[in-house]
Design a protein around this ligand. Structure first.
Ligand code: FES
Length: 352
């Protein structure tokens, strides 16, 4: 049984990753090939030719069909083989699995599980990523660690103080208690940390131009398994959001992560930073992009080490959890519930 929930949507790529040609990526243990048709639709097929397993991603795309680069089996958008060398009759079983895709908010989501259960309405939203009024920088870093370690990392931001000091961490992050809530019906974890008088870290000081102490609000929404949203509000200390009406005096940064398992021991760490200020300032974009990538690489280095530690330890190791872990523990619980709910029923004995 995989450690990730089946029958769920996962981010496979950014829209801009899939333009002309074939694009390979393994999602939840499934090697997939993606391409965009002449009509602009994204197609996802299993990246293994049904003939001798040659990766279709190393093949050719012609008229929205993939022609295997080994012996020429040709597949349409549904994965059906429509041509084979040396014979007119195509075996009925000559097809590769096709996967359901939704493109939304500049993200390409793929459904991993039973195709009949894919519901596009359930794809979680991150509308800032391609909305007017926001500018987004983004990247993806490969992680040689299980996806659960990244979930733990992002749900407990107290680590910013220690792992990301000089970038986004200040003493107040670790010092300020969090509140955690769980929406059991919608499967969402909310974690909030509101700092009313905090040092302004370089990440925000340079991008916003604020030179004094700040109010800094971190409001996390985690939609397991894949989408993580950090609503970050920054304003000079003493400036609080109005009871109603727009929060015009604050700078807003929407930090979005997509946490997509590649294998049991590796993860695609998609990161995005959308801001509602300095929209056309290329210098701010470059700064935030470089800063956030540095921060993500600091996490990657730490989690790659942790993966080796976890892999080498005895099964009965007992972690100690404290108040800062309530969000991470809630996320683990929801993930466990989703894994159990998404596991296919065992086939009856004797069935084929
Ligand atoms: Fe693809 Fe032979 S492996 S046609």
């Amino acid at each position: 049984m995989p450690s990730w929930p089946m029958n769920q949507w996962y981010v496979a790529a950014y829209s801009a990753d899939i333009e002309a040609g074939l694009f390979a990526r393994t999602i939840c243990g499934e090697p997939l090939v993606f391409y965009r048709t002449a009509q602009g639709e994204v197609v996802a097929l299993a990246d293994r030719c049904v003939h001798r397993r040659y990766p279709l991603s190393l093949s050719h795309l012609e008229d929205d069909r993939v022609i295997c680069g080994y012996h020429g089996f040709t597949y349409d958008q549904r994965g059906q083989c429509v041509a084979a060398p040396g014979q007119k009759r195509i075996p009925r079983t000559a097809r590769v699995p096709a996967f359901t895709v939704v493109e939304q908010d500049s993200l390409v989501w793929v459904w991993i599980g039973d195709r009949d259960r894919a519901d596009a309405e359930l794809v979680p939203r991150a509308p800032w990523l391609d909305a007017a009024g926001y500018t987004t920088v983004r990247g993806m870093e490969p992680l040689k660690a299980r996806y659960g370690l990244l979930v733990d990392n992002l749900l407990d931001l107290s680590h910013e103080t220690y792992l990301h000091g000089g970038y986004i961490g200040t003493p107040e992050v670790a010092e300020t208690p969090i509140t955690t809530e769980v929406d059991e019906e919608a499967n969402v974890v909310y974690v909030s940390r509101h700092m009313d008088d905090a040092e302004c870290p370089p990440f925000y000081a340079t991008s916003t131009g604020i030179e004094c102490r700040i109010t800094r609000w971190q409001d996390i929404e985690y939609h397991p398994p894949c989408l993580y949203l950090l609503h970050s509000r920054i304003a000079p200390a003493g400036v609080h959001p109005p009871e109603d009406g727009p929060d015009d005096e604050a700078f807003h940064v929407e930090v979005v992560y997509a946490i997509t398992p590649e294998t049991e021991h590796s993860t695609h760490d998609f990161w995005m930073v959308a801001r509602d200020f300095a929209l056309d300032d290329q210098g701010v974009s470059k700064f935030l992009s470089e800063q956030n990538r540095t921060v993500v690489l600091q996490d990657v280095a730490a989690l790659d080490v942790l993966e080796r530690v976890v892999e080498s330890e005895k099964d009965d190791y007992q972690e100690l959890s404290i108040n800062i872990d309530t969000g991470g523990l809630a996320a683990r619980r929801l993930l466990k519930k989703l894994v159990e709910a998404g596991t296919p029923e065992p086939s009856p004995v004797g069935s084929t």
